[in-house]
Unconditional design. Structure first.
Length: 258
């Protein structure tokens, strides 16, 4: 079959127009709704566990068409020029762009395996090879702590006296602090705790920024330190946050704030 020049021109124009049409999922009142907008929304939904299916794409198309209809009406009413609305738009814009900045920074400054390993080794060394099961009674005054020690020497039960402790997290449990590494406590407390023998109570009140403590050591055991693979995601996330904080502080130090 031979196409006449005019017919051939129509076919060529129609073929050339196909990619243009494919760029939009709809045209609402003469305004195009780009397919790239649908791609972004589908990508966000996929990140939340949604499956990219024809049904999902149809739903997204309807949502975007409805949004376009509503935004056109809002624009007709001039709502976009309302100061409160403009501020909300700017805040939303900042959030989106800052999220892109963070993503870009982390992509260019990823946390390396060596950094994760070094942080794990530091944590492991700080945690030590032992865990301690201790109880304590926290009071405001040193004399009150001394009086508690005297009562304990006289035969009073530690758990009963712990009810007067100022530590709400342990008072109701007889002062029980459960198993923990020395690094979990402030240094004066941990130093006093590790110096005790099983079943022993501190001979003198232990002063920290929280007040005065009377400490009893219940038991000691070998520390159960998680493996690197078990905590690698948490360590990587923590290091990412540190990098971002340092980046933000560096930018702030260069900023002119009046």
């Amino acid at each position: 079959m031979t196409l006449k020049p005019a017919r051939l021109l129509v076919v060529l124009l129609a073929t050339a127009a196909l990619p243009v049409f494919a760029q939009n999922i709809a045209v609402v009142n003469g305004k195009a709704v780009p397919s790239s907008r649908a791609d972004v929304m589908i990508k966000q939904m996929a990140a939340q566990g949604q499956q990219d299916t024809p049904q999902l794409r149809a739903m997204v198309k309807e949502e975007l068409v409805n949004r376009e209809i509503l935004i056109q009406e809002a624009d007709k009413l001039g709502l976009g020029t309302n100061p409160d609305v403009k501020n909300q738009i700017e805040i939303a814009r900042q959030s989106i762009v800052i999220r892109a900045l963070v993503t870009d920074y982390l992509k260019k400054h990823p946390v390396s395996d060596a950094e994760v390993k070094a942080e794990y080794d530091r944590f492991k060394a700080q945690a030590g090879d032992k865990e301690y099961h201790a109880r304590h009674i926290l009071v405001e005054k040193e004399d009150d702590a001394k009086a508690i020690i005297t009562k304990l020497k006289g035969g009073a039960k530690f758990e009963d006296l712990a009810k007067q402790s100022k530590d709400p997290g342990s008072a109701a449990n007889g002062g029980d602090l459960d198993w923990a590494s020395p690094a979990s406590f402030v240094k004066p407390f941990s130093d006093a705790m590790v110096a005790l023998q099983k079943g022993q109570v501190t001979e003198a009140p232990v002063k920290t920024q929280f007040g005065y403590h009377v400490i009893k050591l219940e038991d000691v055991r070998a520390a159960k330190v998680p493996t690197l693979e078990e905590v690698k995601p948490q360590i990587a996330e923590s290091l990412q946050q540190k990098k971002l904080q340092a980046y933000q502080q560096a930018l702030r130090s260069k900023a002119k704030i009046q």
